[in-house]
Design a protein around this ligand. Structure first.
Ligand code: ADP
Ligand code: ADP
Length: 230
């Protein structure tokens, strides 16, 4: 059974000239429990557009996205998104950043603290809770980004080019740590959906790769990666 399922979703944007720009042509896809999916495609192929529709942030022009088989717009969706740019609150400490989504959900202070400290430890940030984002390296900031996304225990963790703003070595380290945590089942999420333009990253991380073509964005290939994970 799918956690999220897209049925014939399309996205087009209207132009003043009345020409429609088709960004996603009719697309079907499912996200099920226990898989890492990579959405691979060149810049401008519609990856972010598809991600926004799969998370309920944007409404398809046609078709429907389902959350546990209910229309996503009226469902109680539990997903998180990690962004390329980290998108941390600069005026909040590391711990306060991680607590923020729990605060927004009305979780009490003691529980917030407990859950945030636990996830902080998981992503290797212990000792940094009182630091501010500007005092951290890019890699450490993205660890905060991961922690903030994971603290709500999302059913699906979405990531939009999460390693693209990092230098090669830092990206490599974070990627393999993520994979290790995933295989040890220490990441509190059921599935990971990662948007990337990096083929190597897709092959290294994903169980399944969806390739989005351009002009207009449509699924060219959807295949399972038959590599045994280390
Ligand atoms: P990717 O994430 O693969 O780089 P995007 O989903 O960001 O691709 O964009 C796909 C195409 O849709 C681009 O040509 C972009 O300019 C266009 N686009 C995205 N959002 C909008 C919008 N709200 N209005 C008009 N065009 C858009
Ligand atoms: P909805 O259909 O629910 O209104 P959209 O998918 O149209 O949502 O979301 C609009 C988003 O797309 C806004 O965040 C806006 O900043 C962004 N956007 C607008 N124009 C473009 C563009 N040309 N390329 C990429 N993103 C765009």
């Amino acid at each position: 059974p799918a956690i999220i399922r897209a049925e014939r979703v399309e996205k087009y944007y209207s132009q003043p000239s009345e020409n429609r720009i088709q960004v996603i042509s009719p697309t079907d896809l499912s996200i099920v429990q226990g898989e890492i999916i990579a959405l691979l495609g060149p810049s401008g192929s519609g990856k972010s557009t598809l991600l926004r529709m799969l998370t309920g942030l944007s409404t398809p022009s046609a078709g429907q996205v389902y959350w546990h088989e209910a229309p996503i717009q009226s469902a109680d969706v539990n997903v998180s998104i990690v962004f390329q740019s980290f998108a941390l609150f600069p005026w909040l400490t590391v711990l306060e950043n991680i607590e923020a989504p729990l605060k927004a959900r009305g979780v009490d202070a003691a529980t917030r603290r407990k859950r945030s400290l636990k996830i902080l430890d998981t992503v290797g940030l212990d000792g940094f809770q009182a630091a501010y984002p500007k005092e951290l390296s890019g890699g450490m900031r993205q660890r905060v980004g991961f922690a903030r996304a994971l603290v709500v225990e999302p059913e699906v963790l979405f990531m939009d080019e999460p390693f693209s703003a990092l230098d090669v070595l830092t990206a490599e380290n974070l990627r393999s740590e993520l994979l290790e945590l995933w295989h040890k089942k220490t990441i509190p999420t059921k599935s990971i959906f990662i948007v990337t333009h990096n083929i190597e990253e897709a092959v290294l991380l994903a169980d399944r790769i969806i390739v989005l073509g351009r002009n207009p964005g449509h699924i060219r290939t959807d295949f399972r990666v038959n590599l045994a994970h280390p």
